[in-house]
Design a protein around this ligand. Structure first.
Ligand SMILES: NC(=O)c1ccc[n+]([C@@H]2O[C@H](COP(=O)([O-])OP(=O)(O)OC[C@H]3O[C@@H](n4cnc5c(N)ncnc54)[C@H](OP(=O)(O)O)[C@@H]3O)[C@@H](O)[C@H]2O)c1
Length: 257
């Protein structure tokens, strides 16, 4: 099966990295500029479309309308479209391409490159062979869940933007560590081990214990963790952080089409 990317930026490249070892797929891309990548580049959209069985939309939300206007002039018979474009609905894509195309809407994150994405999936053709094949491939690139499109805005905030929010949190730790004056990349290495250790602790115990219990295991009464968590609660940092997730969700709603 041939997968063709329209736009080959961060997300398309991550999807390609995740899928490249699946031996029955061939890849190519079309974008404004040629990239330093190993897969073939097509200089015009029509040639990329002719090559593709499945067309992946790797462009930004604000460019989607223009790309779909061009795409509808191509022969799309028998081809499926996959869109990871934030905020843009299947109905929006159908409004350009018509209702008779197989369209899959997904929301992955960049960890799809390492087969560790959490990816939501919706389609206008449930049970369609190509759509089911795409879903099954996504399940091999981390966790995939079928989700009504009404849930995509919150899902985009939590799982699409999530890695950036978790890293922004780790950056706060890093800023605080400036006091140690550590050489070179050592601060990043130590924080990476902290994150990996936390993930291991979570993954080894999550079937048996709730997150609250796991936090409680680190917290002695009257101790240092307790002092930090008290500050967390008194300053309502949880509610503040929920505001971050709400802001991202609301932006996804604003971008809807
Ligand atoms: N980044 C993420 O973590 C993430 C996660 C989930 C979903 N998404 C979604 O994935 C989509 C892509 O995001 P991204 O971060 O990969 O963006 P990006 O890195 O900016 O890549 C956008 C690509 O679109 C190409 N492009 C723009 N206008 C074009 C045109 N008129 N014709 C052909 N190609 C065009 C660009 O080509 P040139 O480089 O040649 O200009 C570039 O390759 C977005 O809709 C986003 O909502 C992203």
């Amino acid at each position: 099966m041939n997968y063709g990317f329209i736009g080959f930026g961060n997300l398309a490249n991550a999807v390609y990295q995740g899928l490249r070892e699946q031996g029955d797929l061939s890849f190519a891309y079309f974008s404004r500029h040629r990239k330093e990548v190993e897969i073939p580049f097509f200089e015009d959209m029509g040639s990329l479309v002719s090559f593709s069985d499945v067309i992946w939309l790797g462009i930004k939300p604000q460019d989607l309308g223009e790309i779909l206007s061009q795409l509808r002039t191509c022969d799309l018979s028998g081809k499926a479209i996959v869109s990871p474009v934030a905020g843009k609905s299947i109905a929006f894509i159908e409004s350009y391409l018509g209702g008779n195309k197989t369209i899959v809407r997904i929301m992955p994150n960049l960890a799809i490159a390492y087969k560790k994405s959490v990816t939501s999936f919706a389609t206008n053709r449930p049970g369609n062979e190509t759509a089911s094949d795409i879903y099954s491939r996504l399940t091999k690139l981390g966790k995939a869940v079928e989700l009504p499109e009404s849930g995509f805005d919150l899902f985009t905030s939590v799982f699409g933007s999530g890695p950036a929010f978790i890293l922004a949190f780790i950056q706060i730790f890093k800023d605080k560590m400036r006091e140690f004056n550590l050489p070179g990349e050592l601060a990043d290495e130590l924080l990476l081990m902290l994150a990996q250790g936390t993930v291991s602790y979570f993954s080894e115990n999550q079937e048996k214990y709730s997150i609250e219990q796991l936090i409680s295991n680190i917290t002695s009464k009257g101790g240092t963790t307790q002092a930090g968590l008290n500050y967390f609660g008194e300053h309502r940092l949880g509610a503040l952080f929920e505001g971050v997730l709400e802001a991202a969700k609301n932006r996804s709603i604003e971008m809807r089409g």
